[in-house]
Design a protein around this ligand. Structure first.
Ligand SMILES: [Ca+2]
Length: 298
């Protein structure tokens, strides 16, 4: 962990659920901290499976961040499916946190980290939105979002058809749909979305980038069945946030007002240059992003 506090402060929300691209995103977030580009102060896990805490701590430990605070939404057991890599990482890698009960509540950790943080703070979300919605409903949390958070970067939504689409992070379950609808309507800080359509065809974690099968990132990718690489939704979101600027990161912005239907999870967009929301549109070929991701993941 770098000790330079005179930098951007970032907090990462992740579902750390069934997809291995969260692991790639975490690696970049940790390495950017190591490089002194920002101060990563904590990770909030917003899906809760049997090995969530232990496997997340195991991966973070392998990246040199075993002491980084992790919070967990312990109620988030309703997103279904089986996580393919969490048990593998828990069994193969050292970890100091063993059970989900060893972690503080996700909302409580957000509140503490935001209270302690120097401005400006940015939040990156690569999972489900219910903890952020709870933060937005909390009076102190709302105040921190309004006064301390300069941007919320979210991998969520599918915006390619004039801003209308359905994507997992919003639409997975009743709780994610309602939370997304609330968050987008009430969040007082700007939100920049990177949608499904941006990351799907950009492949990262290829064997030529991460050749060692004992590399923890590689372990997660292989356990996920992504031996040849995986779509790059989550690591692209982290690289976008790291650039801090859409153009530098290889995008243009479409600005306006995003919303989510609380019943169906469908996202919509009303275009307005003065709106608080934006989604990114790629300006570069996929290989351009793949090269940038490979530089960080190798
Ligand atoms: Ca994710």
């Amino acid at each position: 962990m770098n000790n330079n506090t005179n930098k951007r402060t970032v907090i990462l929300g992740t579902d750390w659920w069934t997809d291995c691209d969260d692991a790639a995103a975490l690696r970049i977030a940790c390495r950017a901290d190591q490089a002194g580009l920002w101060h990563l102060t904590g990770v909030i896990c917003n899906a809760c499976m049997e090995y969530s805490a232990a496997s997340l701590n195991a991966f973070m430990t392998s990246e040199g961040y075993g002491k980084l605070p992790i919070g967990l939404d312990r109620e988030a057991t309703d997103f279904g499916r089986n996580p393919p890599y969490q048990k593998t990482l828990t069994e193969k890698l050292p970890h100091s946190i063993n059970t989900n009960d060893d972690l503080p509540d996700g909302l409580a950790l957000y509140l503490r980290l935001l209270e302690e943080a120097e401005v400006p703070v940015e939040i990156m979300e690569i999972g489900y939105p219910q903890v952020l919605a709870a933060l937005c409903k909390d009076p102190d949390g709302y105040r921190y979002l309004a006064e301390k958070v300069s941007c919320l970067w979210m991998m969520a939504g599918n915006w390619e058809k004039d801003g209308v689409g359905v994507e997992n992070n919003f639409a997975r379950a009743p709780r994610s749909r309602k939370a997304a609808a609330y968050l987008l309507e009430h969040c007082p800080c700007p939100i920049v979305f990177l949608g499904w359509e941006v990351g799907a065809s950009v492949i990262s974690g290829k064997p030529e980038t991460v050749p060692d099968d004992n590399d923890p990132l590689r372990m997660a990718f292989i356990a996920h069945g992504s031996r040849d690489g995986r779509s790059s939704w989550d690591p692209m979101l982290v690289l976008l946030a790291l650039a801090g600027d859409a153009e530098t990161a290889g995008y243009t912005l479409r600005r306006g007002y995003a919303s989510v239907d609380p019943e169906t999870g469908e996202n919509r967009f009303r275009y307005d240059e003065t709106g608080p929301h934006a989604y990114v549109v790629k300006t570069q070929p996929d290989c351009w992003y793949e090269e940038k991701l490979a530089q960080w993941l190798k």
